[in-house]
Design a protein around this ligand. Structure first.
Ligand code: ZN
Ligand code: ZN
Ligand code: ZN
Length: 164
């Protein structure tokens, strides 16, 4: 999968989001199979809910959505499913928003930069290896070994800027 195409599609408002959801679920099924993980019904449902849009969802948004579909769910169920999806590298947790977003390229490294729009809350994943490597080398200059990088960048997205 080509990340650049995905990012372009994501920025394009008129994209067919059903295809995003379909691809995300297909990717998840493949990855779980490859890693020998069980992609249970609830895990799949939670992933689908997270992929409802390119906006991050909080754990309680997921819980509400499950309940509104008539499913009996309690917070621990949701947290366990989210924990699984993060571990399986299918979902990212955005600490600054305390919310979760589907990974656009789970076959790649599970770290990178996230562009978060302060107006519409949409999130775009910018998996730029050059930035990763730069941070790694700057850290290593200070004797620090960088293991995981999640860079959350807040600002205004292209479509919100066009409205102004
Ligand atoms: Zn989409
Ligand atoms: Zn990702
Ligand atoms: Zn926006």
């Amino acid at each position: 999968m080509n990340t650049n195409i995905s990012i372009k599609d994501q920025l394009n408002d008129s994209h067919d989001h059903d295809l995003c959801i379909e691809e995300a679920i297909q990717n998840a099924e493949l990855i779980c199979k490859k890693k020998g993980l069980r992609f249970t019904k609830i895990r799949k449902k939670v992933l689908e809910l997270i992929w409802v849009s390119h906006k991050p969802l909080g754990a309680y948004d997921v819980l509400d959505a499950l309940r509104s579909e008539g499913l009996k769910a309690e917070p621990p169920t949701v947290y366990r499913a989210l924990g699984f999806l993060i571990e399986a590298e299918l979902v990212h947790r955005l600490d600054s928003l305390n919310a979760f977003i589907g990974c656009i390229d789970p076959s790649n490294s599970h770290q990178g930069q996230f562009l978060i729009c302060l107006d519409c809350r949409s999130v775009t994943e910018l998996g730029d290896d050059d930035i990763l490597k730069l941070v790694q080398s700057k850290a290593s200059n200070m004797g620090f070994s960088a293991i995981h990088q999640m860079l959350e960048i807040q600002g205004r997205c292209k479509s919100c800027r066009a409205l102004k």
